[in-house]
Design a protein around this ligand. Sequence first.
Ligand code: CP
Length: 315
Amino acid sequence: MRHLMSPLDFSTEELDRLFALAEDIEHNPAKYAHVCDGKKLATCFYEPSTRTRLSFEAAMLNLGGRVLGFSDANSSSAAKGESVSDTIRVISCFADICAMRHPKEGAPMVAASRSSIPVINAGDGGHQHPTQTLTDLLTIRAIKGRLNSFTIGLCGDLKFGRTVHSLINALVRYDNINFIFISPEELTIPDYIIEMLREKNVSFREVRKLEDVMPSLDILYMTRVQKERFFNEEDYVRLKDYYILDKEKMELAKPDMIVLHPLPRVNEISVEVDDDPRAVYFRQVQYGVYVRMALLLTLLEIEVSDFEQEDIKTC
Ligand code: CP
């Protein structure tokens, strides 16, 4: 039995297979409409979510399975003091697979250690968000046609943004990736990531001004300032609008640069940018459903007979 705690739980070859399966699902949805008949997904969300929870639920429904779960810790027995370890043992009696989001870093890992069903980390505190990373990688692969040889700017709250931490971890395994970290002084990328990049000899630099680096980017990954991780409201208010991507800044970018955002967006991308064909963050949401469908099939070890190994393209 396999769980998914980090994007590194899959080798790059396994990711190629997962993405090929997601692409086959995108192009042949009818083939997959009943492959999870009789299977149940539990979504245990101790923190708010729109995309991750609903895209997991849509993924299981698209595969013919059913869903159960909770979307608020206060509506579960966590409010009465039940531990994550006990909760997952109970959920294991009800469902075949579980997606869990929790504000505490490592909570899904604790659940996995006590579970008799596969557990998927759907975001743990400021730590990791592996299925967002799978979504981001599939989006880049589908639109850019490759997962190597590009300059990616990650902009905003790089300290608390778990999607950024997961994405960097995943991308360092591909060749010729150049990272540009764009953040205010108070929200820089954690030291442990900088150390990992230095150890692996990966090219990166840290800057404060988005405008200065726009012309060199192939991908711009915008993030919101993570209000829920701040200890102090004053600091949040001071930093929340530090970066706002607007039409004027988009004019500085390459014609084929793409803008990703894990969403939700607050103010960091002006709505006037949404109509720019380079703004692909809503397409990214759709890729999230395909990749979660592929992930459910993979962790449930469901083979679809006419999915051809030969179709797998290496990126
Ligand atoms: N991208 C993401 O995790 O969105 P939600 O918080 O809405 O799930």
